[in-house]
Design a protein around this ligand. Sequence first.
Ligand SMILES: C[S@@+](CC[C@H](N)C(=O)[O-])C[C@H]1O[C@@H](n2cnc3c(N)ncnc32)[C@H](O)[C@@H]1O
Length: 359
Amino acid sequence: MADASASGSGSGPSAATTALPTTTTQDDIATTHHAGPLEADNDNPDDEGYQESSTSSLLSSIASEIRQGHIENGRMYANYGKHEYLLPIDDEELDRLDLNHTKYYLLMQNKHFLAPLPEDPQNALDIGCGTGIWAIDFADKYPSCSVIGTDIAPVQPQWVPPNCNFQIDDAELDWTFQENHFDYIHLRDLYQAIRDWPKLVSQAFTHVKPGGYVEFCAIHPQPATDDNTLDPTSAYMQLADVWEKAGALINCEPDSAKRFKQWFVEAGFEAVEEYVLKVPSSPWPKDPRMKRIGAYELMNVLEGARGFMMRGWTKECGLTLEELEMAIMRLKKELPSNKMHSYIPFYVVIGRKPASSQS
Ligand SMILES: C[S@@+](CC[C@H](N)C(=O)[O-])C[C@H]1O[C@@H](n2cnc3c(N)ncnc32)[C@H](O)[C@@H]1O
């Protein structure tokens, strides 16, 4: 087992159950760990050793074509992929993804994953890797592991650890990787993107090794509260409702993160664990770590909302840009006041492929 808690990256569920969520529910084959209540504060890489990835020259030749993407309302969207991805892929959005990476690292108590990986995984895959920041961190931690990051957008850096490669790939198509190959498959925040989750989970099952782990994590972007401070007439709730409606209109299951556990069990995984963590919407909690996570989330929403809402807001839901600007203006007054003690649930689901399984 990797001693991830000491090294600051990754740990097994047993460590996670003591340090992360505080209540646990269990049925016959799967377990859920819920984060406990948050208390409100009422007082109110170094690049050395990196090399150009072996696929980078090929990538750069096709990248310019694909990267052209196309512009809508001043934002760039991906050209590649079987289905439309609702979020932009431009620099502003990539900054948001890197900010979120730091936020999730704090949320998972200085870990990049919760699966109980062996000390020396040999092959790992990060699906929909975005800027590649998670894959790069994982490759740095396990220098003898070959790490592949895939995405429909070629937005990853060219200077990466020698054991890290990026590929342009649509996770919804049939995978061309070897079967029973990866020690570990990771996916985070593929929201407003995936239409057929059961197929994706089933492909992950096929391509992970017997005894290997798959870990999917994502927010369920419906704000929640433990003390009834969420205002249903707030701009924050309006944005969340439009987000959910836009997802439903393009057949992206709005509840996907909540259903990962069920889909893992149905695909044949064993030892399925679900962690439900809380991302505070602003720095309202008393606990200093949660307050910091809330500050990251506030920045994510205030700086990112225009980008992550725009396409769903206009193209799918038929609302105007002016209406979006008005909502963001209201949001900028509401959220920083810390009056709403709201949070977004973040689901982490881990499953192991049975040692006896070969498909
Ligand atoms: C919200 S970002 C998350 C990126 C990264 N996983 C992270 O947590 O930082 C979602 C990413 O999924 C990619 N994506 C969307 N649809 C995809 C698909 N069908 N196959 C592969 N990647 C996809 C997007 O281009 C984007 O980079």
